[in-house]
Design a protein around this ligand. Structure first.
Ligand code: GDP
Ligand code: GDP
Length: 459
């Protein structure tokens, strides 16, 4: 038995886009089945290891003589009654509209399981809408970008525990090292038939930094092939590893990188490959070779991880053969802060993948970065903090009128994102935002994670 998920919401919020993404090429229109009409579409959906039926109410825009509201209500009620779980979608760019409120009302009364999704949430233009979504009283919204495929991991984590109640999850013949990347290169949540979601780690770094050696060491046995030869490992590798009590899934990119080397397109492909691994990950370990630190490629991948909103831990490898340990560490920290100011405070751990030294500290740093990435700070705490920050260093007063920062709340986690109501966001200098972000990082102890801070206009 599988479960069914209805995607509901007013027209144009992106329901079909999500439907298509979940169904992919496996679209099966079943509108000739009894009880299912043209305005309800069903498809066989896949998300990671979850298999389910998805129901889309996309027929709404077609004109009939009934009023839109009336039709929407009926259609939604039908979809809700048909489905085990409802995904209620709003457009985070537009924010919550009166029609959304009508939907929320229906769902609160009628559906047992509602997942609230704020779609079109790529970029900061959606932050305000995400905050408004909390006000619908349907719990914490998931940030989605159906169009760009973002937030699917979050959708997976919310669906999974619900799905467990409805179905015996599809058993997989996939090997343990399988990575769910389809032909388009789209990334699904991992196919892991376990109840607890593993902490997803990507190990990235330039060729020969020691990625395979590191993973082997963590694994405690030679299950991955290492060595300088080209083309010896399989394409993309992910392994579920119990890392000293921490349930993890680690993605290694060595395979594709080695293939890329054969193709002599190393630079280009390895960045694309790193990108894919970064998209999978919650925590990205940027592995450096102590002897050849901070190449362009390392910087690019670390910057990418920051932009993708992943937690980052830097591991400096081959520390066993580093002659000038103290000096080297100082230099590394200094150049990291200078070259990647956006990743200030990122934990830096020295390790030897070969001997295993420092791996316990690496594990601790990864776990902490993950915690911080998931951290939620209460609104009361934030506003007390904001008051102190404003007193200590008031915002500028361009043209004699002081810019006011009135209220602050955390709009999201993974990574932490904050919204501040501001009288003139356009006039507030970047340096003031940086002052607040750095303050948040220090005062709430949030190293190793990007922090998003969005100023929202309010007079
Ligand atoms: P539906 O009426 O709810 O089924 O909405 P559609 O799936 O037809 O999408 C409506 C419009 O929103 C289309 O132009 C989509 O391309 C666009 N759209 C859907 N998802 C996203 C998204 O995640 N981000 C942005 N920016 N646009 C999206
Ligand atoms: P990858 O390309 O990033 O997967 O790197 P490999 O794991 O294949 O390692 C590249 C080379 O560096 C191999 O010859 C490893 O033996 C060596 N290596 C990896 N880690 C260490 C380390 O901690 N210390 C030393 N001395 N050598 C290492």
């Amino acid at each position: 038995m599988t479960f069914s998920l209805a995607i509901v919401g007013r027209p144009n919020v992106g329901k079909s886009t999500l439907f298509n993404r979940l169904v992919g090429k496996r679209l099966a229109l079943v509108d000739d089945q009894p009880g299912v009409t043209r305005d309800l579409r069903e498809g066989a959906a896949r998300l990671g290891d979850l298999r389910f039926t998805v129901i889309d109410t996309a027929g709404l825009e077609e004109a009939t003589d009934e009023s839109l509201q009336g039709r929407m209500r009926k259609l939604t009620e039908r979809a809700v009654d048909m489905a085990d779980i409802c995904l209620f979608m709003i457009d985070a760019r537009t924010g919550v509209t009166p029609t959304d409120e009508v939907f929320a009302d229906i769902l609160r009364k009628r559906s047992k399981h509602v997942i609230l999704a704020a779609n079109k949430a790529e970029g900061s233009a959606a932050d305000g809408g995400v905050i408004e979504a909390y006000g619908l009283g349907l719990g914490e919204p998931i940030r989605l970008s159906a169009e760009h495929g973002e937030g699917l991991n979050d959708l997976y984590s919310v669906l999974m525990p619900l799905a467990d109640g409805f179905e015996e999850r599809a058993k997989h013949d996939a090997p343990e090292t399988d990575v769910a990347v389809d032909e388009e290169g789209d990334v699904d949540a991992p196919r892991v038939p376990t109840a607890k979601k593993p902490l997803q780690i990507a190990v990235v770094g330039r060729p020969n930094a020691g990625k395979s050696t590191l993973i082997n060491k963590i694994l405690g046995e030679e299950r991955l092939l290492t060595g300088p030869e080209a083309g010896i490992t399989r394409d993309a590798i992910s392994l579920q590893i119990e890392w000293d009590g921490l349930h993890t899934r680690i993605f290694d990119t060595a395979g594709m990188r080695k293939k890329a080397r054969v193709l002599e397109k190393l630079e280009k492909l390895s960045v694309g490959d790193g990108l894919r691994a970064v998209k999978f990950a919650e925590v990205v370990i940027v592995l450096l070779d102590a002897a050849i630190p901070f190449e362009q490629q390392d910087l690019r991948i670390a910057d990418l991880a920051e932009r993708e909103g992943r937690a980052v831990v830097v591991a400096v490898n081959k520390w066993d053969v580093e002659p000038e340990k103290q000096q080297k560490l100082r230099d590394l920290r200094e150049s990291f802060e200078r070259l990647l100011p956006q990743l200030r405070g990122t934990p830096m751990v020295t390790v030897s993948a070969k001997t295993g030294k420092g791996l316990d500290r690496l594990r601790a740093a990864v776990e902490k970065a993950h915690d911080v990435w998931n951290r939620r700070v209460s609104t009361a705490q934030l506003n007390r903090w904001l008051t102190g920050m404003l007193e200590q260093h008031p915002p500028p007063a361009p043209g004699g009128k002081r810019i006011k920062l009135r209220y602050m709340t955390q709009a999201k986690t993974r990574p932490p994102g904050f919204v501040v109501m501001c009288s003139h966001p356009d006039k507030l200098p970047e340096s003031y935002t940086r002052y607040l972000v750095n303050g948040l990082r220090v005062d709430f102890d949030m190293p190793g994670t990007p922090i998003r801070l969005h100023m929202r206009s309010q007079n």
